[in-house]
Ligand binder design. Structure first.
Ligand SMILES: Cc1cc2nc3c(=O)[nH]c(=O)nc-3n(C[C@H](O)[C@H](O)[C@H](O)COP(=O)(O)O)c2cc1C
Length: 212
């Protein structure tokens, strides 16, 4: 029976690094004959992070976020999914604000504050978190380990994939001034030689996401 994977682009740009990796992940999932629902968080109706209403701490609503904004359907789809893939660019040493809003709304409802059963999510799903960044791969490994730990605890088995030293703009020859922070020829080279391999690695992670 086919299963469902929700893929979420928590970056604002289409067809750039994060979205491209996620499109490969999608191809991989489809190759394994599972269904995909793809969301661009920056193209949803208006939404916020957790508004601290604590409705999810009421017995009747336990585990669910009642806020009916742009994230509502995304959260509903994650609840019935078998897998979840979220990609985010690194913004100022962390995930994007869009990822963060989703993260708050996804995880907080499962936190019971009850020591005997701190997590009320009984349906574990497979998770893949992707991060792209200017910094080299590995630079944000410990940051993402922190997210990985929380996803492992509340959502399910979680893998992390890091893609560093990405190309920031499509055409560096159009810059208005020199960006001397970066080795631009090296960025171009990596984009030509390394990024395509990373796309294939992510495709494979998508293809095998739901395997035991
Ligand atoms: C607002 C903003 C802040 C950023 N901060 C960082 C940062 O702190 N560290 C880093 O390595 N890259 C940083 N970057 C670079 C992006 O993470 C990187 O270019 C990423 O691959 C962009 O993803 P995209 O092509 O999918 O938009 C930043 C980019 C933007 C726009």
């Amino acid at each position: 029976m086919s299963k469902k994977v929700v893929i979420i682009n928590a970056g604002p740009r289409k067809n750039m690094n994060t979205d491209t990796l996620l499109q490969y992940a999608k191809e991989g999932v489809l190759e394994s004959n599972h269904d995909v629902i793809y969301y661009d968080l920056y193209r949803l109706e208006k939404y916020t992070g957790c508004i601290s209403c604590f409705s999810c701490k009421k017995e009747k609503l336990k585990g669910s976020c009642i806020v009916k904004d742009g994230l509502h359907q995304v959260l509903q789809d994650i609840k019935t999914a078998d897998g979840l893939i979220i990609g985010t660019p690194n913004y100022f040493g962390d995930v994007t604000s869009a990822f963060r809003a989703l993260y708050e709304r996804l995880v907080f409802p499962y936190l019971t504050y009850n020591a005997a059963k701190p997590n009320c999510n009984d349906k574990r799903i497979k998770v893949l978190l992707l991060m792209t960044s200017n910094a080299q791969e590995g630079y944000y490994a410990s940051l993402m380990e922190n997210y990985q730990r929380v996803f492992e605890r509340f959502i399910g088995d979680t893998k992390v994939y890091l893609c560093g030293n990405t190309k920031q703009v499509k055409d560096y020859s159009k810059l208005d001034w020199e960006w001397t922070y970066f080795d631009i020829p090296e960025k171009e080279r990596r984009h030509e030689e390394v990024f395509p391999k990373q796309c294939l690695e992510v495709k494979e992670l998508g293809r095998t996401l739901l395997e035991e």
